[in-house]
Design a protein around this ligand. Sequence first.
Ligand SMILES: [Zn+2]
Length: 74
Amino acid sequence: MNNMIVVCSECSEEHDTSEVKFLNIEEDMEGRDIMYFTCPVTNLDTKSLVYGNTEDSDGQPDEAQEWHDFDPDC
Ligand SMILES: [Zn+2]
């Protein structure tokens, strides 16, 4: 349902969370999800904030779930 992505610091690409090897997940001090995973390009372990989870943005249409749809004016 909710397609979530990570922005990989290893290859600088975005990966769907279903396409990487999941290692672990934790929250940072602001309650954001940080996922640990193995990059499918470099095969190195890394971590990233998880984007696309609309838990905090109720009422948003489905097409607004992508991480780059946020207004940059804040
Ligand atoms: Zn990667």
